[in-house]
Design a binder for this molecule. Structure first.
Ligand code: FE2
Ligand code: FE2
Length: 258
């Protein structure tokens, strides 16, 4: 079976591109199951129930999040209306939403989990290693897909080595920059970061001039997402139907015109 994953969807540019292109991408890549990260879908921070529904209607089976999961606070009370939304297991508020979902795809039971890193990040309640270990004790599934939402390459490689034998895929998100290190490690598909779905001419999806004004000149600015054509970044994972282990991973990076 094939699992299509798309990295952090950033604001209107990324959202509209994913909603428009996902039905065709699923056919093009022969995806049996599709997971997307929606932590930046609502104006660069968070997600709304309306966006959740638009991503579902476009063909996402499960939507993962990250450190911006609850930046739009209204999503918290709407979580019961979002059965296919997974929140990071190790951040506040701990009692909101689901830390894993299990879905059936063909003859497989696939679990999707989401944890945030600790290194160079704020807000985690415990290490991703402890959080993932606790999740694994609760989950009974053939395939476990982990969206590892973390900043540093080293933390993600450590995570892979700790969990490769118990997961089918560990795919990094959060940096918004795709890495070229996709690999199969002991039957587990891995890449440090899937990259983002957002405006191609931007700094990590944000308006470049604004980021420069803030960083270089110390000006107070908003969190304005960039506009314009989006790039679509992610990966396609091939899973052996008999063993439920990963046998292939392919980087996906599409820009306007692809
Ligand atoms: Fe992000
Ligand atoms: Fe993030």
């Amino acid at each position: 079976m094939k699992i299509l994953f798309l990295g952090d969807i950033v604001a209107k540019s990324g959202r509209e591109a994913v909603v428009r292109m996902l039905p065709d991408l699923k056919i093009r890549y022969g995806a049996d199951f599709t997971i997307v990260n929606g932590e930046n879908a609502a104006h660069g921070k968070g997600i709304t129930v309306k966006i959740y529904r638009a991503l579902k209607a476009a063909g996402a089976d499960v939507i993962t999040l990250g450190n911006h999961a609850f930046s739009k606070r209204e999503i918290i009370e709407k979580l019961p209306e979002c059965p296919d939304l997974v929140r990071p297991a190790n951040m506040e508020p701990q009692d909101a939403g689901q830390t894993f979902v299990i879905r059936t795809c063909g003859k497989h039971r696939i679990a999707v989990i989401n944890v945030v890193g600790e290194l160079l990040m704020d807000g985690s309640t415990e290490s991703p290693f402890t959080a993932a270990d606790k999740l694994l004790q609760q989950i009974d599934a053939d395939i476990i897909f982990c969206d590892l939402h973390a900043e540093t390459t080293s933390e993600k490689e450590i995570f892979l080595r700790l969990f490769a034998d118990r997961m089918t895929a560990v795919i990094g998100t959060h940096t918004h920059v795709q890495t070229a290190d996709e690999k199969i490690y002991r039957g587990c598909a891995f890449m440090t970061d899937a990259g983002m779905c957002g405006a191609a001419d931007s700094i990590l999806g944000r308006d470049a001039e604004e980021v420069i004004a803030r960083t270089v000149r110390g000006e107070k600015t908003h969190y304005t997402p960039a506009e314009g054509d989006a790039m679509i970044c992610g990966c396609l994972i091939t899973v052996d139907d008999e063993t439920s282990r990963a046998v292939g991973i392919e980087r996906i990076r599409l820009t306007a015109g692809d």
